[in-house]
Design a binder for this molecule. Structure first.
Ligand code: TLP
Length: 348
């Protein structure tokens, strides 16, 4: 891909930085299935330390991390409450059902942010002939709601009330560091009440591959067995963990800039006739805008933008998602707004 292309499809598209490449080249490795990869062990301890937990586990992807956490906390035939537009339900190949044997129980929420009041009625009565609610899963930031952030008190109330009725709570924290930047709190503080946390190294933090699960030592041991069952036991994977360590230390510092750039996009897009977006609702690095009042359907517009070397993604027939990350700068975002304005203005 040439340097001219402005790739706003996702924060997953970042290329490893020179420091990551160096860490990968120099990583000390061993067989991680034997627990002998020193770089993986370091990454896992460091992630646990940052999140104030007993242990961490390196997994190949966010999807496997979420599924592993679900399988570790549910039995077949049970239900998992999740938000209707959430990633776990919409973009993970129905894995919780196909592989975990559990049913998602969907609850829709404005901006993707669930509250206990919305969750409580979806919890099953404790009677043997009904599928039992085994787990609640929240997503912070919420991807398809446009990178929205859970107010910490809302998330904590869900955890507290769920625990009172014996239900654990999982966090799909793929972009939890973005939430922490927005909230000006650290990740340990905003995740401390969750029973399990999955976060991605390969999104805004910039690593080429990988996610982490953090939790109690017992929980992580269960997850390690499930990860192996799912085919995620890796060998000399310190070469990836080395990049992950750099991402974990250096990545969070770059996120405020991504959020500023998302504002450049949102504010610029809001000025284009026919495009609807409220920049005040853009909290992190994801910008979803509506093109229903332009003459182009979202997938058509995306194609036209591709031809102009601005890459984006259609969410549905009228909405487009653009995501900022470490490999796009302010000038790229300004240029993207110009191009989108021209293409929408031309209208064909
Ligand atoms: N999200 C991807 C796509 O799958 C949509 C993206 O480009 O945003 N949780 C959340 C909230 C996510 O956004 C994603 C990936 C995942 C989990 C899964 O992570 P991976 O792709 O590593 O399996």
């Amino acid at each position: 891909m040439s340097d001219k292309i402005i790739d706003l499809r996702s924060d997953t598209v970042t290329k490893p930085s020179p420091a990551m490449r160096q860490a990968m080249a120099e990583a000390e490795v061993g067989d991680d299935v034997y627990l002998e990869d020193p770089t993986v062990n370091r990454l896992q301890s460091r992630a646990a330390e940052i999140f104030g937990r007993e242990a961490g586990l390196f997994v190949p992807s966010g999807s496997m991390g979420n599924l592993t956490c679900i399988m570790a906390q549910t039995f077949r035939g049970q239900e998992v409450i999740c938000e209707a537009a959430g990633h776990i339900y919409n973009y993970e190949m129905a894995s919780m059902t196909a592989l975990g044997g559990v049913l998602p129980r969907l609850v829709a929420a404005a901006d993707g942010i669930l509250t206990w009041d919305k969750i409580a009625p979806a919890i099953r009565e404790k009677v043997y002939y009904r599928p039992q609610t085994a787990l609640i899963s929240l997503e912070n930031t919420h991807n398809m709601a446009g990178g929205t952030v859970y107010p910490t008190d809302v998330a904590e109330e869900i955890c507290d009330r769920a625990h009172e009725v014996g239900i654990p709570v999982h966090l799909d924290g793929a972009r939890i560091f973005n939430a922490a930047v927005y909230l000006r709190q650290d990740v340990a503080a905003i995740t401390k009440k969750f029973d399990s946390v999955q976060f991605c190294l390969s999104k805004g933090l910039g690593a080429p591959v990988g996610s982490m699960i953090v939790g109690s030592r017992d929980f992580i041991e269960r997850c390690r067995a499930i990860r192996k069952m799912l085919g995620g036991g890796m060998r000399q994977v310190g070469v990836l963990a080395g990049a992950g360590l750099v991402a974990l230390e250096e990545g969070p510092k770059l996120l405020p800039r991504d959020h500023e750039n998302a504002q450049i996009l949102a504010q610029g897009l809001a000025r284009i006739p026919g495009i609807q977006i409220d920049p005040a609702k853009v909290q992190t690095n994801i910008v979803i805008f509506d093109v229903g009042r332009t003459r182009l359907a979202a997938p058509q517009l995306v194609k036209k933008l591709d031809q102009r070397e601005v890459l984006s993604g259609a969410v549905d027939a009228t909405r487009i998602r653009v995501v900022t990350h470490r490999d796009v700068g302010r000038a790229d975002c300004e240029q993207a707004v110009r191009v989108i304005g021209e293409v929408v203005g031309a209208g064909y």
